[in-house]
Design a protein. Structure first.
Length: 401
């Protein structure tokens, strides 16, 4: 389509909310877009339309093999980690087998002791703050938010702590979808495979051991793929949730109380971010199983539909006054919807890690403030995930614990 919008570029790094408004004005609730290599897709920005797509797994399937563009996809396409081809992970499994795999993952995460989870999150958060608290300044993205979730998750899954830094680098490379994406994916797969081999020999009280003990008859390859999905979905969006929430609390007067210990304000800021500045902006995706219509568009069998989570969250038919606080309303799409939404136990793990991470910062660095003008803060150039490239702050130096 000649008026298709390229899904990428500096506007996603700046203020994508303006871009989504322009897309909605010019194209309606379902927007023709172009992926890397000029591959066509549809971006679903309407709240009602996104609810329809995510709520009908038969018409709008998660089976990526339906895509009518695979013949045009090169082997080194940087988005392959985001849009898998013949990938045996839960993301692209449908029907009863998907429900079995979702149950396996939910059961393995649900068995995580909530007190143990918070203990790990607090311990790692304190260690990270200890490393910077005497200096009076730090970058809360590079030296804190980007390191915390993966360290907690690695411990829950069964990884040794020293594997954490390598996992962070590989995850970021894979999710950014650039030249190192495939190398990052390969590093993760190798790490997961080694962990599974170790846990087969010596089971432990961890997520991977519980997945291996499941009676669903899953192969090692299936578990490796699901672990990669769990780590990617659990780390980067949670890191961005921490960074985006702290940014909001430092720049928006509605949350000034948070900086003086107001615990409710932390939860409110986190929920507001899920509406206004959600870490997961767009998700690939769903594939039409037959010709259909959506939002006034004719969708062909095999067309790719991208889930515009942030666009739907800011749909003016839903948020008529975006300046008012949402008051705890969690009808956003930030964790997805339908049978392929983020499992509730995974959502709870992410929320505990993010909230603990924010509270430790406020407890340990009570007079924290931005070290640069708010308007100078920049975002990673990704249409998929929205997070800060850095969050420089200053504070009164305090001794390490």
């Amino acid at each position: 389509m000649s008026d298709a919008v390229p899904l990428g570029g500096p506007r996603f790094q700046g203020e994508p909310a303006c871009l989504y408004r322009e897309m909605r004005r010019d194209h309606g609730s379902v927007v023709p877009v172009l992926l890397d290599g000029d591959l066509p897709a549809w971006l679903v920005l309407g709240y009602r339309e996104l609810h329809q797509v995510t709520g009908d797994p038969v018409l709008f399937s998660r089976d990526s093999e339906l895509w009518n563009q695979w013949a045009n996809v090169p082997d080194d396409w940087p988005l392959l980690p985001m849009i898998g081809h013949r990938q045996p992970s839960i993301l692209y499994t449908v029907g009863e087998r998907h429900r079995q795999r979702a149950a396996m993952i939910s059961n393995a995460l649900e068995a995580v002791d909530p007190f143990e989870l918070r203990h790990h999150a607090e311990r790692f958060a304190d260690e990270l703050i200890d490393a910077v608290c005497a200096s009076g300044e730090t970058d809360l993205v590079a030296h804190y938010a980007m390191l915390l979730p993966v360290r907690v998750l690695a411990r829950l899954y069964g990884f040794p702590d020293e594997d954490g830094p390598g996992l962070v680098t590989a995850l970021n490379d894979m999710i950014d979808g650039r030249e190192r994406a495939l190398a990052g994916q390969a590093h993760l797969a190798g790490s997961m495979g080694q962990l599974i081999a170790d846990r087969k020999k010596v089971p432990a009280d961890d997520v991977v051991s519980r997945m291996l003990a499941d009676e669903g008859g899953f192969t090692d390859e299936e578990i490796v793929q699901d672990l990669m999905v769990m780590l990617a979905a659990g780390h980067q969006p949670t890191a961005d949730w921490i960074g985006n929430s702290i940014r909001l609390m430092l720049t928006d007067e509605r949350f000034a109380a948070s900086l003086f210990g107001g615990r409710n304000s932390v939860a409110e800021a986190m929920n507001e971010v899920l509406w206004e500045d959600t870490p997961t902006q767009n998700v690939a995706g769903r594939w039409a199983s037959r010709d259909t219509h959506l939002g006034g568009r004719r969708i062909r069998a095999g067309d790719l539909l991208l889930l515009g989570l942030q666009g739907a969250n800011s749909d003016p038919q839903v948020r008529t006054d975006a300046s008012t606080l949402t008051g705890g309303n969690n009808a956003h799409f930030s964790f997805g919807h339908g049978e392929h939404r983020c499992p509730f136990p995974a959502q709870e793990v992410a929320e505990v890690i993010a909230r603990t991470g924010i509270e430790v910062v406020l407890d340990r660095l009570p007079d924290i403030d931005l070290a640069v003008p708010a308007e100078s803060l920049t975002r990673r150039p990704s249409p998929w995930l929205r997070g800060l490239t850095e969050l420089p702050v200053r504070f009164t130096p305090v001794p390490a614990l």
